[in-house]
Design a binder for this molecule. Sequence first.
Ligand code: ZN
Length: 470
Amino acid sequence: MPHTPTVQILGAAGTVTGSKHLLDAGSHRVLLDCGLFQGLKPLRLRNWAAPPLDVHRLDAVVLSHAHLDHTGYLPALVKHGFKGPIYCTAATADLARILLPDSAHLQEEAAARANRRGYSKHRPALPLYTVADAEAALERLTPRLYHRPFEAAPGVEITYRYAGHILGSATVTATFDGKTAATLAFSGDLGRWNQPVLPDPEFISQADVLLLESTYGDRIHAADPEAELARVVRETAERGGVLIIPAFAVGRTQEILWHLKRLEDHQAIPRLPVYLDSPMAIDVTDLYRRHADEHDTQMRRALAAGDHPLTPSQLTLAHTPEESKAINALSGPIIIVSASGMATGGRVLHHLARRLPERRTTVLLVGFQAAGTRGRSLQEGAKTVRMFGQDVPVRARIETLDGLSAHADREEILRWLHGFEQPPTETVLVHGEAGAAARLADTIHRTLGWSVHAARDSERVPIGPGRRRS
Ligand code: ZN
């Protein structure tokens, strides 16, 4: 009797981090994504447990995209002895070459800090992984093209399609053993239609089991973030102030640059000096420009016309720490785009420390601000924030821009599900907080009548042509 393939949920069940899904085809095994748990401590501690699978029996890893909650455990997996290929798209490989060594560097710094202050139980405290581990993981990266099926392990054929989430992002279909052709589809992180630069998410027409992300499965994104951005920029210009935009280096920064350029072209905002102050964001923006294979028609047309859609007219790149510090001497109106997006670290901190006490400053929060971060404190109206060992008074105006998101909302997820010609036998919701996943399950069941449930940690789901509803 042939083995029924299964998928086991090893992360991102009831949470948005730690994506790891083990495909087991009997004699061969493939891991879909290899993400780091992030956020609250009980989650982060899971990164330190033994790998939740037999590393030596794993044939390959297949990545959906480069975000660390999907790739950040790779150096640990390699450190534990994984020696197989890590398949991904070409742009994902390029992004991973920036993100994984940076993640390792942060792990090393955290361990060094713990040793200096003596607050770790372990002496010496060791990093989860080192830059050398990250380099070893990068050597295993094996780029593959979109739309060209490839064998990740004997009897396991993988196809990538555009997910429209970040550069290089893909949905994954895995087909087992040719003729019986059981198929699993994995949304990865699903992007949105009509977004800057990236192609729209592509539909998938058939799957026996669907692993579907549910991050914003219970929400609808605000309609017109660009108009809001224009208002904030105009007001900054009128007041002669400084606009600080803390932004994630991958995706959000490029989106902001694209909107600023477009608003300038439409004369909806004045042409202000824009400082991009994050070495990682500068490198990633360069990748966004270079990966023509990923561009949507709008981006392609603009480039063909000799336009630079990610380059506002007065853009300055701050590469060195000195160039970054020099921005402190400037007076407004100027715009500073800098990481990190939740003001938990990075160069944006010294800009905030310098400018928050000034009434003419505006801070524009353009992404999700997690509980416990400085970004969240600012959003909630804190009168002071602690930075560099000091309480910095907040006199600046704090604004939040809703509606910029790299994730599909409830309606966009449903739109994507309509691409399936018949319902999958089972749909499993991953990558969402428990409430969001439960509400999306309810919506899918009510509107489409599909069999669907929120993933449970470690559950194993058989993949095979089952009894279908008609
Ligand atoms: Zn992502």
